[in-house]
Design a protein around this ligand. Structure first.
Ligand code: G
Ligand code: G
Ligand code: MN
Ligand code: NA
Length: 252
């Protein structure tokens, strides 16, 4: 109860902030950034979303949190574009928000407010978040595609993935769950899975991104398996946008 009240206050007082984790192509060029929400505490520590997103999902706060995340992310994408580093910014949305009939209009409003090309914004959805109502979820994603934003399937391969689901959703990007990436050089079955997902994704015109890349050996092997994009602590940790700016300057 106390935590729920504190979370409501944090939303109302606009205390929640975003960290951004860069994503890279196989040449090492930064092509995107995933927005990851953080809840700063009075003592200076941060509560991670793993702790409060489930509470938000249960209590109806996930929609206002998603609105904040989208707003911060669009403002940030516009800033990066202004300073000469156009990056696609990816936002995680909860199940209830993905099914919210007001979502497409919110996104159009934000793109217009920040004069942002639609392809600078991506939303990340999980299999379980769509499961609630798959046909309605698919229609909503199609509406969002018509606006021109990208759709990424997050944590791919760990939910109740069916191939029909992959076929029927208008996804541009598939994020291979880090479960398949950890210790990849020692896991031949995981290598087979990564290889197969790359083949399948490419045949459908979908970009394959590996998340949770922590070791040079994983990164090198993923490149030979044909993975297109990479995200993980090895390449960049989630950080404040000011630190991302500094990093972008050293990359170019
Ligand atoms: O950043 P971290 O690894 O602690 O994130 C933990 C979980 O919280 C991940 O599953 C991530 O997708 C989710 N998450 C992070 N930021 C957001 C957000 O802004 N909205 C939603 N709905 N989930 C988020
Ligand atoms: O569910 P989702 O994929 O959105 O979760 C993203 C979370 O993964 C972020 O909270 C981020 O902190 C975490 N993360 C990002 N890179 C790595 C990594 O290389 N290793 C681990 N263990 N976690 C990572
Ligand atoms: Mn994600
Ligand atoms: Na993920």
């Amino acid at each position: 109860h106390q935590r729920l009240t504190a979370l409501k206050d944090a939303i109302q007082n606009d205390i929640l902030l975003m960290h951004y984790q860069l994503q890279f192509d196989s040449q090492g060029v930064a092509v995107g950034a995933e927005a990851l929400i953080r809840w700063p505490q009075p003592d200076g520590s941060m509560v991670s979303p793993g702790e409060f997103i489930p509470l938000a999902e249960e209590s109806g706060l996930i929609v206002p949190i998603g609105r904040l995340a989208l707003t911060h992310a669009c403002a940030q994408a516009a800033k990066w574009r202004q300073i000469g580093y156009p990056l696609r910014v990816a936002v995680n949305l909860g199940a209830e928000h993905i099914h919210d009939p007001e979502l497409p209009e919110l996104i159009e409003t934000l793109l217009a407010r920040y004069k942002l090309p639609a392809h600078d914004l991506e939303i990340e959805v999980t299999e379980s978040s769509l499961m609630e109502n798959i046909s309605q979820g698919r229609q909503q994603l199609q509406r969002l595609r018509e606006i021109g934003i990208d759709i990424a399937l997050d944590d791919f391969g760990t939910g109740h993935t069916s191939l029909a689901y992959l076929r029927d959703l208008p996804a541009q990007r598939l994020k291979l769950d880090r479960e398949f990436i950890t210790d990849l050089p020692d896991k031949p079955y995981n290598q087979a899975i990564c290889r197969a997902v790359v083949t399948l994704g490419h045949a459908m015109g979908i970009i394959v991104l590996a998340e949770g890349v922590e070791r040079e050996e994983e990164y090198a092997l993923l490149k030979t398996l044909g993975v297109d994009e990479f995200q993980g602590f090895l390449l960049a940790k989630p950080m404040l946008s000011s630190r991302v700016d500094a990093r972008l300057k050293t990359l170019s």
